[in-house]
Design a protein around this ligand. Structure first.
Ligand code: SF4
Ligand code: MG
Length: 468
């Protein structure tokens, strides 16, 4: 985690792909990634092709640090992909930034990945040490291997040949000189949507908010297991591995996705408000004021307030520019702890019985400081309400919570958690409550971190799992 205050799972990654004849596509991809910056702040990259030559640029840092006018101008072509990365496997280094790039003979490919494979070590063993250290690099090597065997193989065929070897979560955008291929794993852990731009352009993006930002019209969600090809001949769709029951990540709705995105037909903000309403029904408490933990807790706090009739007020103000600093605070400042990130509004809190609402508690250290802060501002009682169930099991599908021992709820009962956080009462949303806020038409979800029921083999990771 690069934030010293991180109490949430790190986001996954953001991917974007586009083909719009006659445009300077790098600019469009830049703005698409801009809308996906919340999904990964460690590195950013764009690859484009003018039909003959694939050019890529990537670097560490935020999109606005990595790209400037000149760098974008140098990326010529009307077809391309982009990526923002949060490292979930492999270290945070330039080599591991994406897109991953491979040159095979006269052809080049670039790949961006969101998710985590669960069989990385088996893949690494088969492909050899030169193939890369991260799951994403290994996937690029596996595709390159197909091209090495047959240099005329169309890119979609090369991808279709290797995806059965990938286990776990992968939403990929892959390109060569003439096409962009987008593919979701058969369970569709990570989202991807398709949109149209202009008369004959197409884009794919991790979230619909990125389609909105570039002025694309939403077409449909790429389905679990679906492979979409964007090329001069138009858009084609196939299912190289058939389909499996959908397992879209429930945490996309709880925390990761932007509130203005629509996932599987459900607006994320509306889902969060519903979670808050449901939480108020499940865990009511007599109090004076409902206060969100900004910004993640805001919609659920609104829902809680509307449902309970208890007034909603801002009681904590977020210092917006501190969250993703690359400068470690000095020890003296560090002792200020949470205050660097959030400052209380004494007028709201002093002498009141406060319902503090957040969307999730993963590690717990920040929440504990926050409760202390609210009390120091004069709150008479602090009732913590969390609009998702206890996060007890590690995620192997693209969130950085694979270390189970760091999870607050892994080995504690709710009473023990309440004691640790020093709250007067604690209420988590039930899993049924959470899922009642989500779309139900043909949609099922991964909730492994909340239920311990992993929808796939967890391959490499079996050894780390303990019963909470
Ligand atoms: Fe999402 Fe949790 Fe499943 Fe990971 S384990 S994909 S965070 S629901
Ligand atoms: Mg990963």
């Amino acid at each position: 985690m690069n934030s010293p205050f991180a109490d949430k799972p790190g986001e996954a990654c953001g991917v974007f792909g586009a083909y719009a004849p006659g445009t300077h596509i790098a600019n469009l991809i830049y703005f698409g990634l801009f809308a996906l910056q919340h999904r990964g702040q460690e590195s950013a990259g764009i690859a484009v092709s003018d039909g003959n030559r694939l050019t890529a640029y990537k670097n560490m840092g935020l999109l606005s640090t990595v790209f400037d006018h000149n760098k974008l101008a140098g990326l010529r072509g009307d077809i391309g992909i982009g990526h923002t990365r949060y490292s979930t496997t492999g270290s945070s280094t330039w080599e591991n930034a994406q897109p991953a790039f491979r040159a095979v003979g006269h052809r080049s490919i670039a790949l961006g990945h969101n998710g985590n494979l669960t069989n990385t070590s088996a893949l690494a063993m088969r492909l050899g040490s030169a193939a890369g250290t991260t799951d994403s690099e290994l996937m690029a090597s596996a595709i390159a291997e197909q091209i090495h065997k047959d240099e005329n193989i169309p890119l979609p065929d090369a991808i279709a040949a290797v995806v059965p070897e990938f286990e776990g979560a992968y939403t990929l955008v892959v390109m060569d000189d003439t096409s962009v291929v987008a593919v979701r794993d058969p369970r569709g852990f990570r989202p991807l949507s398709l949109g149209r731009i202009g008369d004959d352009g197409w884009v794919v993006a991790s979230e619909t908010a990125a389609l909105d930002l570039v002025g694309a019209r939403f077409e449909h969600d790429v389905l679990p297991g679906e492979m979409i090809v964007l090329a001069e001949a138009g858009v084609t769709s196939s299912f190289p591995q058939g389909t499996a029951p959908s397992r879209l990540c429930v945490f996309e709705y709880v925390y990761f996705a932007r509130p203005d995105s629509i996932l599987a037909g459900q607006n994320v903000h509306a889902a969060r408000v519903l979670m808050g309403r449901r939480l108020a029904q499940e865990s009511p408490v007599d109090a004076d004021v409902v206060v969100p933990v900004p910004e993640s807790g805001i919609p659920a706090a609104q829902g809680f307030a509307w449902e309970s009739g208890i007034p909603y007020e801002d009681g904590l103000v977020k210092n917006r520019y501190v969250g993703r600093t690359f400068i470690e605070p000095e020890q003296m400042l560090r002792e200020q702890g949470i205050r660097l990130k959030l400052n209380p509004i004494k007028d709201t809190l002093d002498g009141r019985r406060v319902i503090l609402v957040d969307d999730s508690v993963v590690r717990g250290s920040t929440t504990r400081q926050l409760v202390e802060l609210v009390r120091a501002a004069g709150a008479r009682e602090v009732h913590l309400r969390i609009s998702s169930p206890p996060y007890r099991w590690p995620c192997f599908y693209g969130m950085d919570t694979s270390d189970q021992s760091s999870l607050l709820a892994a080995h504690r009962t709710e009473a023990e958690i309440a004691k640790f956080l020093e709250v007067d009462s604690l209420g988590y949303l039930t899993l049924e409550g959470l899922e009642s806020a989500l779309p139900d038409a043909n949609q099922t979800f991964c909730n492994a971190c909340l239920s311990g029921e992993y929808p796939t083999s967890i391959g490499d990771h079996k050894f780390v799992l303990e019963q909470p």
